[in-house]
Design a binder for this molecule. Structure first.
Ligand code: ATP
Ligand code: FE2
Length: 313
């Protein structure tokens, strides 16, 4: 069996192909890089301009006639991007005469993380642009805690913009933060939930006031990542699991990994991190999740669902 997955919920147009055991056979993607924040219509235009090029690259490696199933990420995401992705995938499914199923983007980040790290029954910290959630599996995905305002990745990118760093700002902020020293910023954990917008406002105010960029960026990482470590620790204690996996674009951050590692070592918990190449958005995670759902006979109708929550799958 060969499964093709298409990702086009936001900034990335990606296609990936896996075989019936989940082995990755091909992965191609292009990422839209806006000057300011993402403009949804512009992002959809980017997908339109890049989709054929990406598919051509895939066709150099894979005979598309051998594809048995197609998955398309149908949410959560930006409506113009979701609509274009659906149009593109429907056309491909018709051409190949193969079934097309809808895939939840958040489930895909989690499933590729679990598959590549060989985790069995972990608590999951999913940290990306739009999402920040602590999740575990118990007859479906259960959210133990989450951000009550913006996702950690979006907060990082907004702070980056204020500091003159281009999108996506995470990797550059991580580098600059190494040279900074700690200045006080608010800390906001409420039970199992988190808030980032107040911290972001204060950090942006400090940058506008001319405080040292490296100090503000360093402190922002320290505070936000400590908050994440705190809620993960509480989740591990409450649900009594001995595995934690870190998935989503922000999972690439070494300082976040280091903080979680210290906490996990203390609790004798095994920490694993999704490999860098598959941390951010990609088509392979959609293909892999399509394979998993197909085997479990979960066939979701492919229609756009911009606010689709993982606990409602
Ligand atoms: P969602 O999955 O919630 O829909 P998304 O798809 O936009 O959001 P991803 O592609 O998973 O998000 O991740 C992108 C985010 O990861 C960006 O906000 C980017 O700044 C952040 N990021 C990437 N590398 C790093 C890093 N080294 N440190 C911190 N953040 C990072
Ligand atoms: Fe994502």
């Amino acid at each position: 069996m060969k499964v093709l997955g298409i990702e086009s919920t936001a900034h990335t147009f990606g296609i990936g192909v896996v075989d019936g055991k989940g082995k990755i056979l091909a992965d191609e993607r292009n990422i839209y890089q806006p000057k300011e924040g993402i403009v949804p219509i512009e992002a959809a235009d980017f997908h339109r301009e890049n989709s054929s090029k990406i598919l051509e690259k895939i066709e150099k490696k894979i005979n598309l006639e051998e594809i048995d199933l197609i998955g398309i990420s149908t949410g959560p995401g930006l409506p113009p991007c979701l609509n274009y992705g659906l149009k593109f995938s429907r056309k491909l499914a018709e051409r190949l005469k193969k079934p097309l199923i809808g895939i939840n983007h958040c489930q895909a980040h989690i499933e590729i993380g679990k598959f590549l790290t060989k985790a069995k029954d972990p608590i999951i910290l999913y940290v990306s642009g739009g999402n920040t959630q602590i999740i575990y599996n118990n007859r479906g995905y259960k959210i133990l805690g989450e951000t009550q305002d913006i996702g950690i990745g979006n907060a990082i990118d907004k702070l980056g913009r204020a500091a003159g760093i281009k999108f996506p700002a995470g990797p550059e902020i991580e580098k600059i933060a190494k040279q900074g020293k700690f200045v006080l910023l608010p800390y906001s954990v409420k039970g199992m939930d988190l808030n980032f917008s107040g911290i972001l406002t204060e950090a942006m105010r400090k940058i506008e006031k001319g405080e040292k960029k490296e100090d503000v960026l360093h402190s922002f990482q320290e505070v936000c990542f400590s908050m994440l470590a705190e809620v993960c620790e509480r989740a591990l204690a409450a649900i009594e699991k001995n595995e934690l996996i870190l998935v989503g674009g922000v999972a690439q951050n070494k300082r976040l990994q280091q903080m979680l590692k210290i906490m996990c070592k203390d609790r004798k918990v095994k920490l694993t991190v999704v490999p860098k190449k598959f941390a951010g958005d990609n088509g392979t995670m959609i293909a892999l999740t399509a394979l998993i759902n197909w085997k479990e006979e979960k066939r979701i109708e492919p229609k756009a669902n911009p606010n689709w929550r993982i606990d409602s799958i």
